[in-house]
Design a protein around this ligand. Sequence first.
Ligand code: SF4
Ligand code: SF4
Length: 315
Amino acid sequence: MTPALRTSPAVGGGVSTSGLVFNLQKYCLDDGPGIRTTVFLKGCPLCCAWCHNPEGIHPRPELVVVESRCVVCGECRAACPLPAASLGEGPLPARLADCRQCAACIDACPTGARQWIGRTMTAGEVLREVLQDRVFYEESGGGMTISGGEPLAQPRFLLALLEAARAASVSAVLDTTGFGPTEALLAAARLSDLVLYDLKAFDDARHERLTGVSNRRILANLEALDEEETPVWIRLPVVPGFNDDLEDLGRMARYVAQRRRVTRVSLLPFHRAGVHKFQRLGRVHALEGVATPTAERLAAVRRVFEDAGVPGVSP
Ligand code: SF4
Ligand code: SF4
């Protein structure tokens, strides 16, 4: 995709605008065209039962424990200033009710098993890292993707990142749940070459049960994108027994077929990659026993969208 550079007023506050980032992942092939660096912003108003980036949900830095690195030396326990009686047995858990976030246990840990997730960066610092791979973007038609968490939860930082990318002639893709202020979404879309837009369920009660929020704002924002020029690719996680009801998906498909900017729908089969991340955060994955969808079920979901006339359904 060739980025179409459009002029727009600066609204993000410049390269010194800072925000909370929990990952900068290079060589991504699934977050838009070509080879991309994906910038994950921390904080998300949704809490999807199948989330594979649970470390992106909380809007502040968090402590995690990588259990495979723990050698049970007890240094974290010895360093922690909290009363011994409140620490339980064995290595300190990731979540202690009275944790002061002093980081003494992280500094004391000899193996790096205890880590902070989330660091404050300026838009300029992010872009410097992104630009290290410019040669790959130019050869593959890639660039930067901003994901999360939910990027719209940090609107000034998001817009500053997109403006910085545009100033550097780097293609930018926004990956969003669509749950955020409409003005920020539209401003971000105008600065992006593509919007990746998640839909999770069409029935509102089901959506709220699965994600913790109503989908009304998400659908209204998708309709607002009809009036913009930026193409939209829908991403639909398919979670057996939770959102693969073909009747509800049929309603969603007919709705999506009416959206003027949607040029592709990607079905994302549920996978269990997030289970270990939940454990590292000291949480339980709500879908621990759920299997990935069968090829037959995915084919049935695909047919529902194709029959509704939706373009570019994959896989
Ligand atoms: S960050 Fe929390 S768990 Fe770690 S030493 Fe400080 S109070 Fe204890
Ligand atoms: S200091 Fe690190 S390696 Fe030692 S018990 Fe604590 S988490 Fe495990």
